[in-house]
Design a protein around this ligand. Structure first.
Ligand code: ATP
Ligand code: MG
Length: 298
């Protein structure tokens, strides 16, 4: 599977319609994909251990999608197998009054992963060029002073985001941006399942249906945001999401490739610390020889 087929780094023209939501690459069954997903999860765990030990780079995974595209399930699969000490998940809901009292990147800044960690943003600062663009009357942009509320607002935000992500990259944080690309039909099917299956009722909200009526506006907003904010070092991945098993596999592959590119190494001790370790080793062994009757030579 070549992840480059799903990557947009700003080099050519970009249209969402060129990406098939039902694509599954060379995989035709869930079983084939699951074997590779399991292998990727194991590899991710090994690389994450090194990332944590090296304590230099951090990884930020931004996940954006329409409702019911499978963000939560994807996140669950990505982190299963990782050491929870080195992973954080941050959800970006409607901003609180405290958050509204700050610039839109403030809450994202506060949630950035520390060195050695992997941070997952379930939605992100991109909401401020997505939902806020689709519903321009939202409080988030209404709080701004009049001089900032111009028709350049979103153009400026794309630029601010490009600069922000460049800043992160240059300061040791790799940014992976994932758009779960779902079809309108598949969203309908999943909503109906959430309504019909009592165990899934809790996942459904009436506002989901309301937002669905803005489907085309959202697709346009996503297309614009992806086109404007994809760069070589912070590309977007357009992940086909109609088949959840494929989306999960592809995301795992993207993360494995990124971690392999970072190539984290366990830190090697300086010579004096190694000498100290040898000394401690000898001390421990001589303790055994002196105190443990089972160790007595015959
Ligand atoms: P689920 O899949 O469980 O529905 P979700 O991510 O959609 O998960 P919700 O609590 O349903 O979670 O929705 C969060 C809502 O908050 C989304 O509709 C999102 O667009 C909205 N939101 C996030 N950030 C902002 C923002 N900056 N301004 C306005 N709305 C925002
Ligand atoms: Mg929702």
């Amino acid at each position: 599977m070549n992840i480059r087929n799903y990557c947009y780094n700003g080099e050519k023209k970009f249209h969402l319609r060129d990406f098939d939501t039902n694509d599954t690459a060379e995989f035709s069954t869930r079983e084939e994909a699951e074997a590779l997903l399991a292998a990727n999860q194991e590899r991710m765990a090994q690389l994450q251990d090194r990332l944590y030990a090296e304590n230099k780079e951090a990884v930020l995974i931004v996940i954006q999608a329409m409702d019911a595209a499978g963000k939560d399930g994807a996140i669950k699969h990505v982190i299963s197998g990782m050491n929870p000490q080195g992973v954080t998940v941050q959800n970006f809901k409607q901003p609180s009054s405290e958050e509204l009292d700050h610039d839109y990147l403030w809450r994202a800044m506060r949630a950035l992963p520390e060195r050695g960690n992997i941070g997952i943003f379930n939605r992100s600062y991109y909401e401020d060029v997505l939902v806020v663009k689709v519903h321009e009357t939202l409080q988030t942009s209404m709080m701004l002073p009049d001089r900032c509320k111009t028709d350049k607002l979103f153009k400026q935000r794309y630029q601010q985001i490009r600069h922000f992500e460049k800043y992160l990259y240059q300061n040791g944080i790799r940014v992976i941006k994932i758009f779960l690309h779902l079809s309108k039909d598949e969203q309908k099917r999943r909503f109906l399942e959430r309504i019909d299956n009592p165990e899934k009722n809790w996942k459904f909200s009436q506002s989901d249906i309301e937002e669905r009526t803005y489907w085309d506006d959202y697709q346009q907003a996503y297309e614009d945001a992806i086109r404007e904010t994809s760069t070589k070092n912070a590309p977007w991945y357009i992940v086909p999401a109609d088949k959840k098993w494929f989306a999960r596999l592809l995301i795992s592959q993207i993360i494995v490739n990124t971690l392999e590119d970072i190539d984290p190494q366990y830190p090697e001790l300086p010579a004096d610390k190694k000498a100290l370790l040898r000394q401690c080793r000898e001390q421990l062994l001589s303790e055994d020889a002196n105190c443990n009757p089972n160790n007595k030579e015959t």
